[in-house]
Design a protein around this ligand. Structure first.
Ligand code: AMP
Length: 431
């Protein structure tokens, strides 16, 4: 019988990689909490209508990429393609606007988009998502961007990323800019790729985002959205930039940075890398002041970003030096025979309850095989108890790398392992 494989564009995160994921998640929690953000956990599916209204009917996500299905009652549901709309829904539904503003929230988990899978692009992928709600001040925009960079700094990845910022004005003036853009693009249509010709009709701003080489000369000479900003949006952007400058944060102003979701207004930003080939965007975000109202809530402004965890993990893997040793269990308890196993079962439990990470053998294999297994697991100490040791209620403690051995009373073993556990293991110095 043939075996069943995972769905295209969906991947397993195997244990060898999972530690990197844990590092990313821990760094995120640490940074976000330092800035006063609380976690919110959201459902993986919502009513389809939420995304149609929240992300925009004409966006690629809603038009082509959603995993939508009718459930058994005939209601149309969708696996979330992003977290912002769900978070806004929860904000409105639970009346979170009564909390002191800005209300600062983060969440993390899988998102689903029917995209063409390739390296760094999947159909189930994961994001860290951060939103600050109820505060229009541009200093918040600068602070949110600083937090994003601090998260990457905590992972040692800051120097692999470039910050791009832009302002896309508000919906009112954007339509004037869009008209300007269409008037510019229309006569040059023949020079654009097929997808851009289609975008020109449906969502012309997205042409600016196109990566296809043949479109670049046309896009480069397009009118800049920054020249069409109304005075308030211009002032907002200048204050954001002044905030970034005050924190000595380097950035590039990129008037082509329009982002793929309809809800953005004013500030947009993205972190790009040169180290991941075509999938160069690692994180992106912006302001979305009208979104909560559009979803039936209060007229509260908002700003946020999403980080693609897969791409962070890829960067992290590249950045790790080859001496990196996966942190497996540090101790292997090796009983030789049933009686020794019975003696070591409670010892292992007690050690684990005190936070030590250890492996227990089951007494059936010969010592060389057990030591070989301990070696493959990368443990640092082996504790061996055979009949001789058992008779004296002792254990042999063996340093795996040097092979040095000494005896100690079993009653003192856990304390001794705890003391040894404080010392760094090979390859862990300075981590
Ligand atoms: P977006 O929600 O489209 O603004 O995306 C935010 C971030 O999520 C991007 O910068 C990527 O790092 C990541 N991302 C978006 N789509 C995918 C995907 N299909 N596979 C992997 N990562 C993705």
């Amino acid at each position: 019988m043939s075996s069943i494989r995972a769905v295209r564009g969906v991947r397993d995160i195997l244990p060898s990689e999972a530690r990197r994921w844990q590092r990313v998640e821990a760094a995120a929690r640490q940074t976000f909490e330092a800035y006063g953000y609380d976690e919110i956990r959201l459902p993986l599916f919502e009513r389809t209508e939420l995304f149609a209204r929240g992300i925009g009917d004409e966006t690629d996500i809603v038009k082509k990429e959603m995993y939508s299905f009718d459930d058994r009652s005939g209601e149309s549901l969708t696996l979330r393609p992003e977290a912002t709309a769900s978070l806004m829904r929860a904000y409105i539904e639970h009346g979170l606007q009564v909390l002191p503003k800005p209300i600062k929230l983060y969440t993390m988990g899988p998102m689903f988009r029917y995209e063409r899978p390739q390296a760094g692009r999947y159909r189930q992928f994961h994001q860290l998502d951060v939103e600050a709600l109820g505060e229009p001040h541009p200093a918040l925009d600068a602070e949110v961007i600083a937090m994003l960079l601090d998260f990457f700094g905590g992972l040692g990845l800051a120097d692999r990323l470039e910050l791009h910022v832009n302002s896309i004005g508000d919906p009112r003036t954007r339509s004037a800019y869009t008209a300007l853009l269409v008037a510019y693009l229309e006569p040059l249509k023949a020079q654009l790729c097929g997808q851009c010709r289609e975008r020109l009709a449906r969502n012309p701003l997205r042409v600016l985002d196109c990566k296809v080489p043949e479109c670049q000369p046309v896009i480069e000479r397009a009118p800049s959205i920054l020249d069409s900003l109304p005075p308030e949006a211009r002032e907002h952007f200048e204050t954001v930039r002044a905030g970034l400058d005050a924190m000595a944060i380097a950035y590039t102003v990129d008037p082509r940075l329009v982002r793929g979701l309809d809800y953005y207004v004013r500030t947009t930003f993205e972190l790009k890398t040169k180290d991941l080939g075509a999938q160069d965007a690692v994180a992106g975000g912006g302001r979305y002041d009208g979104l909560i109202k559009q979803l039936g809530g209060p007229p509260d402004p908002g700003i946020g970003f999403a980080v693609g965890i897969e791409r962070v993990v890829l960067l992290l893997a590249q950045a790790e030096d080859s001496a990196f040793v996966q942190r497996g269990p540090r101790v292997a308890l090796i009983p030789l025979g049933e009686a020794a196993l019975r003696r070591l079962l409670p010892v292992a439990r007690s050690a684990r309850r005190q936070g030590l990470s250890l492996e227990l053998g089951y007494g059936a294999r010969k010592l060389p095989r057990e030591l070989e297994r301990a070696n493959r697991l990368g443990v640092r100490w082996a504790v061996i108890v055979g009949d001789n040791e058992l008779a004296k209620d002792e254990a042999v403690l063996r340093e795996m790398v040097s092979g040095e051995q000494r005896r100690l009373p079993l009653g003192r073993l856990v304390d001794e392992l705890r003391t040894l556990g404080q010392a760094p293991a090979h390859g862990e110095e300075g981590r």
